[in-house]
Structure formats: structure tokens, C-alpha cells
Design a binder for this molecule. Structure first.
Ligand code: TXA
Ligand code: MG
Length: 447
């Protein structure tokens, strides 16, 4: 049995969290909301507790976990003395969606947390429920996203329950998570901040405090993107069968000193209470992904959606994820993939729409259930079984909040072939594209 507690996201009361905190102290697993996605927490110091996380998620043991703290005072016990740049990042972005990979203090956390690395990833979330729960538990809390391994991260308690009910001790339901995509994971190398996983804090924001910001190869803009086919041929046989197209992955480390200033939309700072409130509004909006009866999963999709690590997404040399040993071990796993075969489509708007519409039409006339992941401005131009909008193109922060629920919705509806529109890679758009490329299993075409 999995217990569930409904709490006020803004002002959780300590009585409401007492039982969840007790379960954490006793070495059990409890899911809770953060300002990024829901996490599945356990006492980071306890081998058995951490083992329960891996077991419940079906997570490969070589993928390390992020340790969550509620107070900077907890940090000294977890990591070796840190430098001035790390301090500046904490001052600016904590609490919030930034994870710092730092040299671990020997023996501070279970070796299962670090997967045997001599570093540990730490973050202080800004969600009031996460902070209150960690403080009440009184221990550092290891917490990956609270999904079955290989499924989209959960942005609602219902997503957690759908994946993990019966497998974990409890779920704290604080409504919709905030940003909707995971935290930005960075390591510090001298005066350089290297982005291992793009996320809730953007490269532009990091540049405000760091002299140099760069992307690790697998996190770089365009990493793993392959351009294939042209608009006239519909989805190529290669793309449809999932075999790799050409090119991509050459940029090893991309400096972002030339990065453009943040886009025209002045979204509220992510990780703030505003992002959480906005996520609540979106989750409550009528017409958002509905729960519909779930169709039987096609066998080919089941095979494609192994809950286990599938290793490199593509044969060696063909995608950045596959060709390079990632510094963030999690980046090598096929993540975020819907059960249907998805293709990400770049290119100028008209050509892109024509390409998608033609490909969807062809697939549909063959009897496939087709889906299109698009935006309000374009949704009317498509005909397919499942047209899902991520909101207005002018609000990529809203799109980030809606992405994972949309991918789950395609799964619930049994959509077999999905085309997704690419987005501009500025601000949160970079993290959004990173997740879209993964969801598409690196099938990226330029129409
Ligand atoms: O927003 C988030 O970060 C969410 C919420 C729950 O806090 N958590 C999350 O955890 O996304 P998870 O386990 O799904 O992703 C952790 C990422 C993985 O890519 C992992 O490889 C990387 O952090 N990571 C953890 N420890 C690391 C280390 N010592 N060195 C490099 N990467 C590390
Ligand atoms: Mg995850």
C-alpha cells in the first residue's frame, strides 16, 4: 500500500508532513513535489533506503542520484570544501533548480547514491513542500524523478501514482510541479561552469554569475540531432524504423559566451513560487491532457520502450549521446520516450507543417494512430488522431510545464506515430529541445 497525503503547496503544515518525514527517517521511499518535477526520496545515508529507490524505479545502478538538502548547513557533511564560484552559484540559484556536482566527502552518503563516483550531485529545491519535508526528515534526501525508469518525469502526483503505486511507501501530493523539466546539472572546472544536463536554470542565467559557461558534449545545443530527408518524401524509412540518420554530434564542447540575451518573453524566474503557481493554473486548465482509456500497447512499441537502460540510443558514432562517454551518467540512457515512435521536425514553419501533415496523413491512411505535438498558433492547421498543444509559442516556460504530461497523454491514448515541432533554443527552449530530442530517440529531421 502506498500512502497519500494532500498538502497545500504554498504553506504545508508540519502535521501533514510528519508521517512522510517519519517514513523517510525509517528508510522508506516517499515521493514529493519539487519546483521542477516530482522526486522519489529516501535517506541518502542509508544503503537499504537508497536501494529501495532503484528497485521501485527499475533504475540502472550505475546512474547516480541527486542529494536534496533544505539548509546550507547540511552541505559541509556531504562534500569537500568548495570554491568561490560554487559559492556564488549557490548564493544566486539556491534554493532552486540548479544541481551542483561537487567532490564528495568520503563516506557521507551511501555509495549507491554516487554510483561509485567520487563526486556527489547536490541541490536545494525551492518548493516549500520539498524544503519542509527534507527539514522534517532531518537527513539529506536522495531523490531521482519519481517515474518508472524510461518514462517521462512526473509533474503531477497522479503521474507518480500511475508509475509507482504499490511500489513506494508514500506520495505527498502538492499539486503541479513548477518548471516541468528537471534541474540543470553542472560541474565546476576552475572558472568554468559546465552544463551536464540543461534544465530549469538556463545558460543565460548561469552566465550572470560565471565567467565562462559551456555545455558538455551530450548537453550541447543540437547534440544528437541528425538531419535527414527533405520535406517531399515524408518520414524516411530510416526515421520510421528508428535507424540512424547522418551527421550530428561533432560539437564537443560549445562555449556559450556568444549566447543571445534571453528571449522576448519575460517569464517569471523559474524555480520561484510563481512557476509553481503557474503550473497549478495550467494543470487545472480545461482542455489540458485528458485521461482517456488507454489502448493496448503495440508490441513494437513495447519492445522499443524497455524500462531498462538501452545503452547508447544509436550505434556508435551516430549520435552525440552514443558516441561520447557522458560526464553525467544519466545522459546515456534513453529517457523520456513515449511508447509511440516520435520524430522531431525542424525547419521553417510552412515547410514544417507541410511535412508533418503529409507524413501524418500517410501514416493514418495506413491505419496508424497518429499524433502531433504542436503549439496553439499551429494546432488548427493539423489533422491527426491526437493533436496536443503545449500552449502558446510565445510562452516556452508553459510548454516546459506541459511537455511530460503531453507525452504521457500520447501513451494513454495509444498514439503510434508522433511528430513534434522543434522550438527555438533560447532560454528554457534549450532544455525543452534536449528533452524533445531524447523523446524522439534522436530522430530529428529538417523539413
Ligand atoms: O529536477 C531534478 O533534478 C529532479 C528533482 C526530483 O530534483 N531530479 C532528477 O533526478 O532529475 P534524476 O535522478 O532523474 O537525474 C539525476 C541526474 C542524472 O542525469 C545523473 O546522471 C546526474 O544527475 N548525476 C547525479 N550524480 C551525478 C554525479 N556525481 N556526476 C554527474 N552527474 C550526476
Ligand atoms: Mg529522471
Amino acid at each position: 500500500r502506498t500512502m497519500e497525503w494532500r498538502v497545500d503547496a504554498r504553506a504545508p503544515r508540519s502535521e501533514e508532513l510528519a508521517e512522510a518525514a517519519r517514513l523517510l527517517r525509517e528508510g522508506q521511499t516517499v515521493a514529493f513535489p519539487t519546483e521542477t518535477v516530482y522526486g522519489l526520496g529516501a535517506d541518502a545515508r542509508s544503503d537499504e533506503a537508497v536501494a529501495r529507490i532503484f528497485e521501485a524505479k527499475g533504475r540502472p545502478s550505475d546512474n547516480p542520484l541527486i542529494v536534496h538538502i533544505a539548509d546550507r548547513a547540511q552541505l559541509g557533511a556531504l562534500v569537500l570544501p568548495w570554491g568561490e564560484l560554487a559559492e556564488r552559484l549557490m548564493d544566486r540559484f539556491w534554493p532552486g533548480p540548479l544541481t551542483l556536482v561537487l567532490p564528495a566527502a568520503p563516506g557521507a552518503v551511501s555509495p549507491r547514491v554516487t554510483a561509485g563516483l567520487d563526486t556527489v550531485a547536490v541541490r536545494m529545491p525551492s518548493h516549500p513542500v520539498a524544503l519542509a519535508l527534507i527539514a522534517a526528515a532531518g537527513c539529506p534526501v536522495a531523490a531521482p524523478s519519481a517515474n518508472r525508469s524510461g518514462r517521462p518525469s512526473p509533474t503531477l502526483a497522479a503521474h507518480v501514482a500511475g508509475d509507482l503505486a504499490g511500489r513506494i511507501a508514500g506520495i505527498v501530493d502538492g499539486g503541479a510541479a513548477g518548471v516541468g523539466l528537471e534541474s540543470t546539472v553542472v560541474e565546476i572546472d576552475g572558472e568554468t561552469v559546465r552544463i551536464l544536463r540543461p534544465g530549469g536554470v538556463t545558460a543565460e542565467e548561469l552566465r550572470e554569475v560565471a565567467p565562462r559557461v559551456e555545455y558538455d558534449a551530450v548537453a550541447a545545443p543540437g547534440a544528437g540531432m541528425e538531419v535527414s530527408v527533405n520535406a517531399s518524401v515524408g518520414m524516411s524509412a530510416e526515421a520510421a524504423s528508428g535507424s540512424p540518420a547522418i551527421g550530428g554530434g561533432e560539437n564537443l564542447s560549445t562555449a556559450v559566451s556568444d549566447i543571445a540575451s534571453p528571449g522576448p518573453d519575460s517569464a517569471p524566474r523559474r524555480g520561484s513560487m510563481a512557476a509553481i503557481e503557474q503550473a497549478h493554473d495550467l494543470a487545472a486548465r480545461p482542455g489540458e491532457p485528458r485521461r482517456t482509456s488507454s489502448a493496448a500497447e503495440p508490441a513494437y512499441a513495447q519492445a522499443a520502450r524497455s524500462d531498462q537502460a538501452v545503452g547508447p540510443a544509436q550505434p556508435l558514432g551516430l549520435s552525440a549521446d552514443a558516441a561520447l562517454a557522458p560526464r553525467s551518467p544519466g545522459m546515456k540512457y534513453a529517457h523520456y520516450a513515449p511508447r509511440g515512435a516520435m520524430e522531431l521536425v525542424q525547419g521553417e514553419a510552412d515547410a514544417r507543417r507541410a511535412y508533418i501533415q503529409r507524413a501524418a496523413h500517410t501514416a493514418r491512411s495506413r491505419g496508424d494512430r497518429t499524433g502531433i505535438l504542436t503549439f496553439d498558433e499551429h494546432a488548427g492547421g493539423y489533422e491527426a488522431d491526437d493533436v496536443i498543444s503545449l500552449g502558446s509559442l510565445s510562452r516556452l516556460d508553459n510548454a516546459a510545464q506541459a511537455l511530460y504530461a503531453a507525452l504521457r497523454e500520447f501513451d494513454d491514448r495509444g498514439t503510434q506515430r508522433i511528430w513534434a515541432e522543434a522550438v527555438p533554443e533560447t532560454g528554457i527552449g534549450h532544455a525543452l529541445m534536449n528533452r524533445l530530442v531524447k523523446a524522439a530517440g534522436h530522430r530529428v529531421v529538417h523539413a
